[in-house]
Design a protein around this ligand. Sequence first.
Ligand SMILES: NC(=O)c1ccc[n+]([C@@H]2O[C@H](COP(=O)([O-])OP(=O)(O)OC[C@H]3O[C@@H](n4cnc5c(N)ncnc54)[C@H](O)[C@@H]3O)[C@@H](O)[C@H]2O)c1
Length: 325
Amino acid sequence: MAFFITGVSGFIGFHLATALLARGEEVIGIDIHTSSPFLSKERLNLLKQHRGFMYQAIDVCDQSALKALFAQYAHIHSIIHLAAQAGVRRSREEPALFARSNFEGLVSLLEASLTLKQINHIVYASSSAVYGRTKEFPFKETNPLGEPSSFYAVTKHSNELTAAYYKRAYNLPLTALRFFTVYGAWGRPDMAYFKFAKAISDKKPITLWEGQNLSRDFTFISDVVAGVLSLLDRKTRSFVPDAVNIGSGKPESVLKLIKELEKNLNMKADIEICPRPLEDLEQTWASIELIKKLTGWSPKTSINEGIAAFSKWFRVYKKLENQKN
Ligand SMILES: NC(=O)c1ccc[n+]([C@@H]2O[C@H](COP(=O)([O-])OP(=O)(O)OC[C@H]3O[C@@H](n4cnc5c(N)ncnc54)[C@H](O)[C@@H]3O)[C@@H](O)[C@H]2O)c1
């Protein structure tokens, strides 16, 4: 039995694959290095050192390539679909690219997955962004989804509608993973915590959005990995949830995140306050009662511990980057 991961050399895909390989599983992964190619290739090099890992450079929108891969690896029993264009502000600049990777990518994957005979569970990345402009806190899976604040949110919302159709039409065991601001080592350079760390260490100003409640449900990567695995490891298919929040359940102010980075990098931030762009929500806050009830999982890492671990890795990454340039 094998696990199939799309977006395997991305931030979350890399950590999930590493955890699965460490426990002796077979992992088949695809990616085409569309985001942060330097980090993406470094992550892939690490994955390739594991026996049990197989990689192909396949675009998830290429349905015939996926079908050929699934014919070769018919023993795939779990699919983790993470390949996508991520980032709320960039989705305004490149909506067609986001629509293709995020919307067409899921349809292509689901069509190809119909050829697999032993599928236990298909989980795919959704996002806290689907809750949109809402005043209902914390965000519960049963809440009606709010007005999308970005085109990125539109693509993730439409993924959930697509999945609802495939679940009904073909009885596919599909679950949306609604991730909340995932951070950690090998993370994404376009995300705020990473940009802040880079600006602080380069002695450049950092931009903080206006807003008294500017906060995020920051979730440390190892907690996210444990949460996803807890869902995949459930033996019973009697109830396959449509959507599950994977968050810390404890929003922290963005200012606190900056303070933790300052402490760990031992440098002061130069903060510029600017109006919040239309795409960014003021606050995110996950209810994690559903996943706790289903699997017993709960997050273990505080923001202090998580940022300390990220900062330790960030120092090494900076050296690697400097050597490259
Ligand atoms: N990191 C977060 O905080 C967060 C929060 C909410 C949702 N998500 C979602 O989780 C998933 C993984 O996020 P991440 O942070 O690891 O992002 P990431 O950008 O690091 O990883 C995504 C990977 O998908 C690959 N990819 C993109 N288009 C592809 C295509 N057409 N074919 C094959 N590969 C393709 C990219 O090259 C990249 O390696 C994404 O779907 C993202 O939208 C992430």
